[in-house]
Design a protein around this ligand. Structure first.
Ligand SMILES: *Cc1c(COP(=O)(O)O)cnc(C)c1O
Length: 299
């Protein structure tokens, strides 16, 4: 998977498609369809795993362990990647073993992942270093944080920078912020002046913005839009469902958790653009379409 991913990198500009409905006299919009890079593992998650796998292959542990929900794009990508390398994986999942598996978890299980269901309180400990150390020992595992976050997760995301550097602005959805941070570091290394605009999918009371003030590389201009989360992570009111249907008809499938909110926020902002100059924007479609299978009849 990673070899194929890296080999395909020089051709990623072919996955940048103009989006006429959002383009106008003062905006020219391309969408980078990371959802189309690979038929099985799409989106930003394989990029986030690149650094983690490189690191793991030099470590003594035999197993990879990570955390996620029952629709997790991260666990889905990790299951595929680990299967390709014949690495055993253990997934700590918030949920109940006696409920039917979601399509996401069914795929993971079919690929050999061992799924351990835990309740909400236990899952809440996923950032706890002590618990992570216990799990690491119990399973002889390297623990990858939820979503593939962290500096190792950023490394592969920096590979997006050369594409984004061609634009005035790059827009992307934000969960842990790892993809945005990796991209920003890549842009900084290139000395590019592209503005990074993150659309927060999480209602976090300004936590991410505070963190970016410390972690974003100097010299990179950025903005975090914090009012497009529609009430919080994975909340999808009818207005968002309408938007998803509207773009579906244009051949741009969106997921309700991340990319629909991204496009919504962009639509809002494009109305406010000054008519004086043309802004060239790259919107990163970070995938996530597998997660919504069986999630809601609406899609
Ligand atoms: C995980 C995910 C994101 C968020 O990426 P972060 O690096 O955690 O900010 C955005 N879009 C999709 C579709 C995702 O699955």
């Amino acid at each position: 998977m990673f070899k194929k991913l890296l080999n395909s990198l020089p051709h990623w500009s072919e996955h940048c498609h103009p989006l006429p409905s959002l383009s106008s006299l003062n905006s020219k919009v391309d969408v980078l369809r990371l959802d189309q890079i690979d038929e099985k593992i799409s989106g930003n998650k394989p990029l986030k795993l690149l650094g983690w796998f490189k690191y793991f292959l030099q470590q003594p542990q035999q197993v990879l362990l990570s955390f996620g929900g029952v629709y997790s794009n991260h666990l889905h990508a990790l299951a595929y990647a680990a299967h390709e390398f014949s690495i055993p994986v253990v997934f700590i999942v918030r949920g109940w073993a006696d409920q039917p598996l979601t399509p996401t978890l069914a795929d993971c299980q079919a690929l050999g992942a061992q799924i351990v269901f835990v309740d909400r309180q236990t899952y809440a400990k996923r950032y706890d270093r002590h618990w992570q150390a216990e799990l690491a020992q119990q399973y002889d595992a390297l623990v990858i944080p939820e979503g593939g976050a962290g500096e190792l997760g950023e490394q592969g995301c920096a590979l997006l920078a050369p594409l984004a550097a061609e634009y005035d602005e790059v827009w992307l959805a934000v969960g842990s912020g790892t993809t945005a941070l990796g991209l920003a570091k890549g842009l900084s290394d290139l000395g590019a002046s592209t503005l990074v605009v993150g659309v927060n999918a999480v209602a976090d009371q300004g936590e991410q913005a505070k963190s970016w003030q410390k972690t974003m590389p100097k010299g990179v201009e950025w903005r975090l839009i914090d009012d497009a989360h529609f009430g919080g992570f994975a909340k999808c009111p009818p207005e968002l469902v309408q938007l998803i249907k509207r773009y579906q008809q244009q051949g741009l499938p969106l997921d309700p958790v991340y990319t629909a909110k991204l496009i919504w926020a962009y639509e809002q902002s494009v109305l406010r653009l000054p008519p004086t100059k043309t802004v060239r924007t790259l919107i990163i479609h970070s995938g996530g379409l597998q997660g919504q299978r069986g999630m809601q009849q609406a899609f």
